[in-house]
Design a protein. Structure first.
Lengths: 154, 570
């Protein structure tokens, strides 16, 4: 079963979050380890948790959607995205204050929001969808560099 | 059989149980519901709680041990696990005496951002104390549980948990008895202790003293004086307290303005984390029904105001912020132990878990905020011909480079059959259980020769150490619960008598006669080994002294000179 099937949703980038949450919680009521006998197998609940996590995340869902459609999701760089990535790298490398980190973080979040919005319109043009997704993933990797220290592991 | 919830805190601990479907704290330390997480190791025994603060001295005292959980640091030859176990033992024994029953199992809370090593250390502390751990529960989740059960609400709630040592922020969905954590964020080294340090540094520098000139004991005392200034400030413009350093009196001050400036630094860090959690949860502020305020720091009006201003959301602070976490733990303990199906808790992995790959990048295997339990597999291969070993480095954190993440473990899979590069299929399996504890296995699939490596955190106690400590703990632990309770009651009664006899002059006049009479009765009960009388008079003294002991302790700290000849803190 793929993740969409597990959560009883059609295979589409658009999801009804309320609906998949209802299905998820309903299945949790059956599969949650607290309700099982000792030494039970965690693989069903684990798959359910993974499916929900992926489908709820706009980035992970895009990647999973492309994979289900048989599209190779290795990084694609177009001339357009290359210039944006270079620009972001310059921005990132010139950061030298807390305030600038915050500004960069905000900028990236906004840009990510735009790209996610555009993905919804490209569901029938998988080639373009994949290009946007690839750029989105680059942006996310910059965002991971500037998340608050508490997330960095130290 | 009694099942409890324990909030093992950085500055204070609370133990609670379910009584007729409602969580209640058990009064353990001088009749109070919170027990300072301070332990004194003295020649005549181990002292925990308020009396340990009263008698605090660097040669014998440990406080804030929670911050050292999962590390190799030792105090007086004891590991953080053992010291935490001493706090847990005290809570367990006191609860047993109070409730007259034996206590075997507990849900123990941990900060949501506690690492693997810190979680395992907490579990070990419990087993040294003879407590079976039903579950390690994340503190903000516990608070939401207590709140949700009390108010019977549905909706989306945030938990702002600012404690003595750690900060956590979580967003949960509450729906018909299901508590679903949507996202969590936090910092294990951000708490009230940091504010105390700033207050101390601030005051010292006003006298031209640099904190680095102080030894550990002087710092310990200074922090306690700073803490008591912070707690006494309330709505005052300024509070003062004496601090003795190298036999000289210094007047420590804390004004409302200074407090605000200090708090601001730490507040902005908490709010930044909170904003990130909103992003991770995919939730906008207007969709949240309220913020549950948890932890001692949230009693400060400065903190409340700032959180209120930042989020413009309703603050929910009508359950005691110091006890709500233990309440949640008690509720969960009851629910899990008796398999109650009307309530379900879905918690998440707080930080991304991954493997370092070539070039120092991180291959993210389990993303943060994925619900537990979760198992994920990845396949790797060799990159040299006839390569028969492969090294793995397990890391935790969001940054793309392994060097910027926290290193959890390193291990090597050996005896891989010699094959051309790229032929072996090495499957690495990460699994995080409902306690938030990670285990990693690696095996080679092509040849059918599967070998697994199970990792445990490299820091802390070794397995051999644990075996020895557990053996000793079991040997020292009386097998009969009633017998154990009696021994504990006798020891505590004797200590109480000594304590108050040495403090006769500090007892407020209106209570003096009563305390002296009760002490005399307690002595009689001890002589005749009348345990029910012992319990009765001990409780009478606790109930009355609870009204003035904190004041005596606070006074004592500001008059305290440390004996410089005594051995330094290890």
């Amino acid at each position: 079963m793929n993740y969409f099937e597990i959560l009883e949703a059609p295979i589409s980038y658009k999801i009804d979050e309320q609906k998949i949450t209802d299905v998820y919680l309903e299945k949790q009521r059956i599969l949650h380890p607290d309700l099982q006998e000792k030494n039970h197998d965690d693989s069903d609940i684990s798959l359910l948790n993974e499916a929900y996590h992926v489908l709820r995340s706009p980035i992970l869902r895009a990647e999973y959607f492309l994979k289900l459609k048989g599209i190779n999701t290795d990084a694609i760089v177009t001339s357009e995205s290359a210039s944006e990535i270079l620009f972001l790298r310059e921005q990132y490398e010139s950061i030298n204050s807390e305030a600038e980190i915050e500004k960069f973080n905000e900028y990236l979040q906004e840009r990510m929001g735009n790209l996610i919005d555009s993905l919804y319109k490209l569901e029938n043009n998988l080639e373009e969808f994949n290009k946007k997704f690839s750029l989105l993933r680059f942006i996310k990797s910059f965002l991971d560099r500037v998340v608050p220290d508490a997330y960095s592991g130290d | 059989m009694l099942i409890v919830g324990i909030d093992l805190g950085t500055t204070a601990s609370v133990i609670a149980f379910m009584q007729h479907g409602t969580p209640r704290s058990i009064a353990v330390d001088v009749g109070k519901n919170t027990t300072p997480s301070v332990v004194n190791y003295e020649d005549n025994g181990i002292i925990v709680g308020r009396e340990a603060i009263y008698r605090i001295d660097p040669a014998h005292s440990v406080f804030g041990i929670k911050r050292f959980m999962g590390t190799n640091k030792k105090f007086f030859g004891r590991s953080p696990e053992e010291i935490s176990a001493d706090i847990l033992t005290y809570l367990k024994r006191s609860a047993e005496v109070t409730l007259r029953t034996s206590l075997d199992a507990a849900v123990i809370t941990v900060p949501a951002h506690f690492s693997d090593a810190q979680r395992i250390a907490t579990k070990r502390a419990a087993s040294i104390a003879g407590l079976k751990v039903i579950r390690l529960l994340n503190e903000p989740t516990a608070a939401a549980l207590a709140f949700g059960l009390d108010k019977k609400v549905n909706g989306i709630y945030a938990v702002y948990d600012f404690g003595g040592g750690t900060f956590d922020f979580s967003i949960l969905r509450l729906k018909d008895g299901i508590f679903q954590v949507l996202a969590t964020g936090g910092d294990n080294y951000l708490g009230g202790n940091d504010l105390d340090d700033s207050i101390l540094i601030n005051n010292l520098s006003s006298y031209g003293i640099d904190i680095s000139q102080l030894n550990e004991g002087e710092k310990m005392l200074g922090r306690l004086v700073a803490k008591s200034l912070k707690e006494n400030l309330g709505n005052e413009k300024e509070v003062k307290k004496n601090y003795i350093y190298k036999n000289k009196n210094y007047e420590f001050r804390l004004s409302d303005i200074i407090m605000r400036n200090i708090a601001q630094i730490y507040l902005s860090r908490t709010l930044k984390i909170a904003d990130q959690v909103f992003m991770d949860a995919g939730i906008t502020k207007k969709n949240v029904d309220g913020i549950i305020m948890v932890g001692g720091m949230t009693k400060m009006s400065i903190i409340k105001e700032a959180v209120q201003n930042h989020f413009a959301l309703k603050l929910l602070d009508d359950i005691n912020p110091e006890e709500v976490v233990a309440y949640g733990a008690a509720i969960h303990a009851d629910s899990v132990a008796f398999k109650k199906t009307n309530m379900l808790l879905i918690d998440v992995v707080p930080l991304t878990l991954g493997i370092e790959t070539l070039g120092g990048n991180v291959d993210k295997i389990i993303h943060r905020n994925t619900a537990v339990p979760i198992v994920q597999r990845r396949e790797y291969t060799t990159h040299k011909n006839r390569q028969d070993g492969i090294k793995f480095h397990v890391v935790q954190g969001e940054r793309p480079l392994a060097k910027d993440c926290r290193s959890l473990a390193k291990f090597e899979l050996t005896d891989i059959p010699k094959m051309p590069a790229g032929a072996p299929r090495i499957v690495v399996e990460f699994s995080v259980d409902v306690n938030g504890i990670l285990s990693v296995k690696a095996s080679e699939k092509t040849t059918g020769v599967a070998q697994s490596v199970l990792i445990e955190p490299s820091s802390g106690l070794s397995d051999d150490d644990m075996v020895t400590i557990l053996e000793n703990a079991v040997k020292n632990r009386e097998t009969d619960a009633l017998e154990a309770a009696h021994v504990f009651l006798k020891v505590e009664s004797e200590r109480m008598i000594n304590f108050w006899e040495s403090l006769t002059n500090e007892i407020p006049r209106e209570h003096k006669k009563f305390v002296q009479n009760e002490i005399a009765s307690l002595k009689k009960a001890l002589e005749s080994e009348d345990f029910s009388q012992m319990a009765k008079h001990k409780k009478n003294i606790e109930d009355i002294s609870g009204q003035f002991l904190d004041e005596i302790i606070s006074e004592r700290l500001s008059r305290k000179t440390l004996d410089q000849n005594r051995r330094e803190l290890a």
